[in-house]
Design a protein around this ligand. Sequence first.
Ligand code: BES
Ligand code: MN
Ligand code: ZN
Length: 506
Amino acid sequence: MEFPVQTANPAKIETACLVVPVFKDGDLLPAATKLDDASERLIGQLIERGDFDARLGNVQLIPFAPGLNADRLMLVGLGARETCQEGAFRKAVDAAFGALASLPADDAAVAFNDVPVPDRACDWKARMVAEAAHRAIYRFNDFKSEPAPVPRLERVTLLVSEGGDSSAAREGSRIGDGIGQGINATRTLGNLPGNVCTPSYLAERAEQMAADSEGALTTEILDEAALEELGAHSLLSVGRGSVEPSRLIVMKYQGADDPDEAPHMLVGKGITFDSGGISLKPGDGMDEMKFDMCGAASVFGAVTSVLAIRPRVNLVAIVASAENMPDGRATKPGDIIKTLKGLSVEVLNTDAEGRLVLCDALTYAERFEPASVVDIATLTGAAIIALGHHATGLMSNDDDLALDLLDAGETAWDRAWHMPLWDEYQEQLDSNFADLANIGGRPAGTITAGCFLSRFTDKYPWAHLDIAGTAWHSGKQKGATGRPVSLLTQYLLDRASDSQVQVGED
Ligand code: BES
Ligand code: MN
Ligand code: ZN
């Protein structure tokens, strides 16, 4: 996908489709005004006669526009000017690209940089446009005998009214381009079925990414023998009932000027299928537990984005991967295991397995002496009860880190919500037989899962993102969302030593 920036009069632009956002009330935006002037007041008249309703997300295609060099004109409703904030802007952009993706058009020119969004500058808007373009053209057709038509769109020209803004638009679209690639890589990994996307498959993907990176990424894979030798018995306990061997995958990217600068770390839950194990889940909707590696997928996606954008930051990414199945050799409720950290855990429910793979990965993270560690996991169904499908749950042992992540989520419009990890919750994990239990009962299930992880993260600033509600859609739209790749990438860009790559507020 290409995102050239143009400051020329939009009436002169040669393109298959010119996309023009319009407010429900008030004057036309600068690009629309120029087009209106050049086209015998086509846009103004459509609105005046009530032929175009500019309610938010409404899209109308005009197949022929006199006086313009574009083959088509697409009007996109922005709703009321007063309500045009980030969410509305994204909705309009998504509607436009949704429609563009179904046109027989290779290119489009869009005038979204004109749209006033409070506190958001040109770079932010360009970034949102580029990201939306990638999301819109995504298709997952790998397993269909007759694949749905693939969108042809491959070039989106960003129209910028003021010449001074074009370098900001260029940089914003470069970042949105990188993030869009990461989001779609995450969606594909998430959507792959459990019989294809196994822990070894993920390990191979990491090796492939390193091979394709011209030295920018290095990988290390720990197989079951290495994990046994290391003492990662908790991670290994989860895959014990599966024929698929577990893996710990480490990826390293050195972008900082100082190679010894402490790295930031991402740690992803990579349960490639979660049957619940001996504490077997009910059958309804169990297929969706192939998405239980979406934390890992988001780590791969963030690495993809980082390789595209190349921020000056050191990153170590870890994926803890296993398949959770019932079997004669599977871990049973009541079993006591020894974690890599040395703490013993009574496994009261084998379906609370994510924390068991993550705790060993989080202990392994200590050796990198990280500046920060963020784990990402589809950890608890309770996160869906607490926050629904809009916010990712955030918990942390460091309030500054929590704020940095909340900020990154706001900028990326991939938002999280802070939940408490108070000491009072910790006693729910008390066990009569081991150092701690792997479940804390029904109250505050998301928080007690976070409390469990916090026992393994006392050596560094750490945050936990529970993406159970945000990582995939169910129902007709079933599929991985690619969240929270844009939050994670933004967080890393904000840590980079050169402010050049930062896309933020005015
Ligand atoms: N992967 C699930 C969490 C999950 C469930 C995410 C449904 C999205 C939708 C996790 O491994 C799990 O099973 N958690 C249990 C924990 C419980 C046993 C304490 C849960 O949420 O029920
Ligand atoms: Mn589970
Ligand atoms: Zn799980």
